[in-house]
Structure formats: C-alpha cells, structure tokens
Design a protein around this ligand. Structure first.
Ligand SMILES: Cc1cc2nc3c(=O)[nH]c(=O)nc-3n(C[C@H](O)[C@H](O)[C@H](O)COP(=O)(O)O)c2cc1C
Length: 549
C-alpha cells in the first residue's frame, strides 16, 4: 500500500527531512493509518495524541499504542507527534473563564444593528460571544435589543458596543447610561482616540471590593484599538482627573475612584488590523506582536493580578488566519466581515449576495460618516456600488470649499441630481429634524458655521447610505455603503468549493466552528510538518464539508 505521508526512502534515497525522535512506538500495527481520509480523521480527533511512526519505509499515523525510550522488540521509530489541540483549547482559557464562553472567539460589533440581536443570541447560545452593533442606532433601538438579548441569554455571554462619537457625544453618553441602567456587563469600546467620561464612568461604576479585599470588576471593557498610544490608555488605570470629576458629581464613590486607579481601563484589548469598517489598514503580523510587547511593558509596571489579554481582529476569515493569530500569541480572535455575510446578520439578501462575490481586492477606503470632518475613513465593498467614489467626491468638495454656496453651481446641481436626488435646501430641513431629536447643539453650531452646515448635509448622504444598505432601500442600490474588509474575499476563496459558497448556507455559529476546527486541524498538521514530515497538498487544507451545527 502506498503511504500518503512522505515515504522515508525511494530508490535508497531518504526523501523525508524528518530526523525522527529519540523514541520508539509500540502497539498494534493495524492502528497505523496511511491513507488520506484516515489520516485526516486521526488529526481531526482533536483530543488524541497523534504519533507518526515509520513502518516499512512509510510514515503513518496512529493515536494508539505507547511511546518507549528503548528499541524493545516490536518497537518502531517514532518520527514525530502532534499534541491534542481542539477548538476549545485555542487561545487563552482566562478569556473563556471571564466571559463564560467555550471558545476564545467573539463576533465584533457591526453598526446599525448589522451584528443583530439574532446574531448575538446565536453566538451566545453556542458558547461564543457576539457584540451588538449599537453604533448609529437611536437609544430606543439599543434598549429594545438589550431586552431581547437579555431575555434570550440570561446566563450566556454577550457584549454591547460603546462607540466613541466625538461629533455627537450625546450618543455615547446615552449608550453608556443605558448599559449601566440595564446591567450590561461586557462592553466592546471602539473608535476611541482618548478616554471619555462615559467610558470611565461605565468602568468605575462597576468596581467593588469583596470581603477579603480583592477588587471585583463587574463592568468589563474590551477595547478595540489599532494604535499603540490608544492601547496604552486602556492598559493603564483611568485618568485621575476624570475620576475626580465623577466623584464630585456623585456618579461614583470615592472607593470606586480609588479602585479604578488599581485596575486597567480594559480587561481585553482587541488589536484591529486591516478590517472592515474603521481601520488603519495595519498588518496583523506587525501590529499584534507590538501590542503584546506593550502589554508586557505595562504589566511589568502595574503587576495587575490578571494581565490584560490581547486579541486579534482584522483579516481573520480562514482557518489559516485564525491559527496564525493564535500562534502569534493572540489570547482570542475576533471576526466581523464574515459575520455580516451570514444569515443572522442585519444585512439584506442583496448585500449578502454582493459580499459572496467579493474578491480580496474588491474593497476600498472611503470617508466615514461619523468622523467625516476629521478625514477618517472606513473600509468598504467597492464592487457593485458607487458609494465609495461619491463619498470621496463629497470629501474633496468639503475640503476645497467653505460653504455649500461656494461650490460652483454646475457641480452643486450635479450633486443634487445624481447623488442626493434632492435639493440641498430640503436636505437641510431633514438634517434639522434629525438632529433636533438626537443632538440639537449640532444644528446651533452649523447655523453659525457654513462649513459645518456643509459637513452635516454631506453626512446626510454618508449616514443614510449605510442605512439604505441595511434596510434594502429600493432605487438606492448604487449608493449602498457596505463595510467590508479584505477578509471577505479570502473567506469566499476558501469556501468556494464547499456548501458555504451559497450565501443562504452561511450561519454565524457554523462559520465560527469551522474556522476553529480548521485552525485546530492545521495546527496538528503543522506540528508534524515542522518535524520534517511532508504531506501532500490535499491534506494541507481544511474544507468545510458539512455543517457543524
Ligand atoms: C459591516 C461592519 C460594521 C462594523 N461596525 C463596527 C462598529 O460599529 N463598531 C466596532 O467596534 N467595529 C465595527 N466593525 C468592525 C468589526 O467589529 C470587527 O472588528 C472587524 O470587522 C474585524 O475585521 P474583519 O472585517 O477583517 O473580520 C464593523 C465591521 C463590519 C464588517
């Protein structure tokens, strides 16, 4: 029988680079498998120790028998082994213990309820964690989602997103107040450049001391960051000036302010590399080690009883990328783009179909609605929509002119006709209505500053285009703003030959289980290949053949 792993000798030449181990294997030779499917099954039996043994010039695998140090009779050379690694053992067990998950994995927030209550509930019930996409939603919708999720997951993990909104600080205040009043215990904090009062309040208000003097952290923060200077703020204790202000306003006790100076602002830092949505487009291979080193530096200074964990996000959508993140030292991993493509997301079928066709290069950076004036960009799907080009044009007009009236008449009319499909006067009336409910100070400021008025009018289009995509607004298909990272394309490439190629078959828990199962399989395979045991390309891949749920 021909073995599928590299033969030891062909024509007397040793082709395998496997040097072997100083050990021997003893056991039933019938348990040794050489054929591809059997080898795959042995490696997929994640809890077994797999031994590679040399028998009659072939290498085969077995999970039975014993390892011995001496070549007793019947013992054969042990060429290598793969230790038990399963989807549950990847990552840091303390992440699972803290959040009550089975896996070191969570689904990142996706604004406008794209990471919907349904998605968060599905992940939570299966031992993962999902972060509800509160950004862009009015408090009443966030509150409704809180009620739905809390009812469905009384004892299972979930998180809610607290997004920094420097342009509309009232939104962040209200979201933090809702989380405090509804006992939301896990918050994913994102888009922060500096720490804010609502964020520090959420953290400090959840601190207490147990009867033996240990600090109890009731309000956990997972901070999503892509820059070292921002990570540092979350790794250190909260700033004293903000804590003092909160004590003065009777929002936290003096004890809580003192405790807050002994714990980091965040329990976890999710390092966001090149991802969908807000991103600095940094490569994970560079960013993650940098942040791990920063964490170690700050831990050495503060000696927190539980060091801040570091997770990886951005670009993770295949077993290989998931494994790479864990092997680089990520305590947990986070996905986003692939979850939007799943049936539980708040996206429409139209969006899911576009996402399913995306290639890795079909994404582009375009101006962000929430931080438009600051020139912040988000990563979007470029294929099948004109939004990125139109938004970029609006940003150019904003930087070149100081008011709507200063834009040349022909250009203004073109924008009104093609992009806004309304005149700017009536758009401004809508903007006034919108902000009178959310944050009237925005209008007051814009009435004083014509450039700001232009920004709000342009943000009408940028803000609505993502809503149009979510609600499937007819006639606005070419204006859909669909946040998406290059990981979507790599996911499509990986799943093309499988049932997951069909957008209707993509379920958020199934995708997560396949990513982790594939990562565990590949890890075990890598252990063998790194011991010099060569494998054919057909074994060097994990393909989802059937749903795992
Ligand atoms: C459609 C979409 C919307 C997103 N909205 C948010 C958001 O509101 N808040 C946030 O913290 N992250 C947001 N993200 C980022 C994700 O939570 C996650 O960190 C990121 O997508 C991971 O990278 P990936 O897209 O390569 O998987 C969004 C991502 C996508 C794809």
């Amino acid at each position: 029988m021909q073995g599928i792993l590299e033969e030891l000798k062909v024509d007397g030449r040793n082709l395998s680079t496997a040097k072997g181990t100083p050990y021997y294997w003893q056991g039933d030779a019938n348990s040794i498998v050489f054929e591809e499917n059997a080898i795959r099954s042995v490696l997929m039996d994640f809890n077994s120790l797999v031994m590679a043994v040399a028998l009659e010039n072939r290498i085969g695998l077995t999970a039975r028998g014993n390892i011995s140090t001496s070549p007793a009779s019947g013992a054969i050379p042990l060429m290598g082994w793969a230790i038990p690694v399963s989807p549950q053992t990847l990552g840091n067990a303390s992440f699972c213990a803290t959040y009550g998950t089975r896996y070191a994995y969570y689904g990142g927030a996706m604004a406008n309820g794209i990471s919907s209550a349904e998605l968060v509930i599905a992940l939570g019930k299966a031992g993962f964690m999902g972060s509800f996409g509160s950004a862009g939603l009015v408090p009443a919708r966030i509150e409704a989602a809180i009620q739905t999720v809390q009812q469905a997951l009384p004892d299972s993990p979930y998180a809610f997103n607290l997004i920094n909104s420097p342009n509309e600080p009232a939104l962040e205040h209200r979201a933090a107040a809702l989380y405090l009043s509804h006992g939301i215990r896990n918050v994913e904090a994102s888009a922060y450049v500096d720490l804010t009062v609502p964020l520090v309040l959420y953290r400090a208000a959840g601190l207490s001391m147990d009867t033996v003097g240990n600090i109890v952290i009731n309000n956990r923060i997972i901070a999503k960051v892509s820059r070292k200077e921002v990570a540092r703020r979350f790794l250190e204790p909260a700033p004293v000036d903000i804590l003092d202000e909160l004590v003065k306003e009777n929002k936290i006790s003096e004890l809580q302010a003192r405790l807050a100076q002994q714990v980091p602002v965040a329990d976890d830092i999710t390092v966001e590399a090149d991802s969908g949505g807000h991103t600095d487009n940094r490569p994970l291979v560079g960013l993650l080690p940098t942040m791990l080193a920063l964490r170690d530096e700050i831990q050495a200074k503060y000696h927190y009883p539980v060091p801040v964990r570091i997770g990886a996000a951005g670009g993770i959508s295949t077993p290989t990328s998931a494994l790479a993140a864990f092997v680089m030292g990520a305590d947990y991993i986070v996905t986003g783009s692939v979850n939007q493509a799943c049936v539980e997301s708040g996206a429409t079928d139209h969006t899911r179909a576009l996402l399913a066709q995306a290639d890795m290069a079909d994404v582009i950076m375009a101006p962000a609605a929430d931080m438009f004036e600051m020139g912040v960009k988000v990563q979007l799907l470029k294929r099948g929509t004109l939004f990125p080009l139109r938004a970029q044009k609006l940003y150019e007009l904003y930087t070149r002119y100081s008011s709507i009236d200063e834009i040349p008449a022909a250009e203004r009319e073109k924008q009104e006709r093609q992009v806004f499909k309304r005149d700017f006067g009536s758009i401004w009336e809508d903007v006034i209505k919108f902000f009178s409910e959310r944050d009237p100070r925005q209008i007051e400021r814009a009435e004083r500053d014509p450039k700001q008025k232009m920004a709000l009018i342009f943000r009408w289009y940028l803000g609505l285009s993502s809503r149009w995509a979510v609600i499937g607004e007819k006639g606005r298909e070419m204006d859909y703003q669909i946040w998406c990272g290059p990981s979507m394309g790599t996911f499509n490439d990986w799943t093309r030959p499988t049932y997951l190629n069909d957008p209707g078959s993509r379920h958020v828990v199934d995708v997560a289980l396949h990513l982790l199962s594939g990562a565990a399989y590949l890890y075990r395979l890598r252990m063998l290949t790194m011991q010099g045991i060569r494998v054919p390309a057909s074994l060097d891949a994990y393909l989802p053949t059937a749903p795992l749920i």
